[in-house]
Design a protein around this ligand. Sequence first.
Ligand SMILES: Cc1ncc(COP(=O)(O)O)c(C=O)c1O
Length: 379
Amino acid sequence: MSQPIYLDYNGTTPHAPEVIAAMRPFLETHFGNPSSSHWYGTGPRKGVQTARGQVAGILGCRADEVLFTSGGTESNNQALKAIAGARYAQGSHLITSSIEHPAILAVCRFMEDHGFAVTILPVDEDGLVNPADAAAAIRPDTIMISIMHANNEVGTIQPIAEIAALAREKGILMHTDAAQSVGKIPTRVTDLGVDLLSVAGHKLYAPKGIGALFIREGVAPEVYCHGAGQENGRRAGTENVLEIVGLGKACEIAAAQLDHNARHMREMRDRLETGLESALQEVRINGHRAKRLPNTCSISFRGLAADRLLDAIGGEVAASAGAACHADQVEVSHVLQAMQVPAAWAKGTLRFTTGRATTAAEIDRALEVIVAAVKRMRG
Ligand SMILES: Cc1ncc(COP(=O)(O)O)c(C=O)c1O
């Protein structure tokens, strides 16, 4: 049996061939500890150094502003728990948005349990945060604003630079969860104006379980993980050399091919979207039509149950659902709820996300499968 067509690139990406090639010597030969002063430490140490420069390259920052982590979730935890947490004496108010990934929202709930106050900003029907709402939410004790760069479900891109400018004016730290945007759209930290930015390796063709946090120079270093002092003393533990090298290479190629890849992913996404819109009645696209990741299509099929539709196409097309059925109750994602997508639409929402390797033939076949399944289910 052939494999289903993969249209879940926001879920994760395969390893880029260049990433595999860059990692191979570290799997097979360069096994040394980067902290060792002898010969065996040299290759791994250089590998980590090169990777730090490559990550800095795509973010437009200095290499020593890059902290390696275990992924997007840890980077977000570090930013909030370690960096905001350490500023408790200066203030205990955080601002975030209602459509963040659980790796922010669950951390905010934890922070609330530990004495912080959190303001959760609403979004409009396109999933956009209004900078005026952020401005109005700022209090004398606000110490950090954390708003995601691009949403994982609907792809809406937030006005980070505008919100960051407000934060800077008031001396508030600005963090953005860029897990979905790095490698898909420009993410230079000076253009965004952020102090902290989270990267998730497996969203940009690097392995799972590796990521990075950009920490602007001057933002006081906090020790997140105590031990032997790796990562400038901030996150101790022998480095995950293999995956750090993979992340570095992934960032290097993503930066070099950013426009080309974005154009391709957009063409494939638009081919799918226009195909679905022209073949079917009662479909709607979620997310901002222009301010949106080039690869993301969140689409609602009115009156259908998303997970049943996913099951119906699952043998041939791999995608993800914006709603899940539990014992006759349909649970709509918090993102679609925050965008106030009407229930009859929201319950039938799927997310299709294209990638570098997506072909027009795959899209055309996926269209046939999805259109046939929707027509069948609608009777
Ligand atoms: C927006 C966003 N933030 C954070 C994460 C978590 O990243 P990781 O899987 O590397 O922990 C994800 C992953 O889906 C994401 O989409």
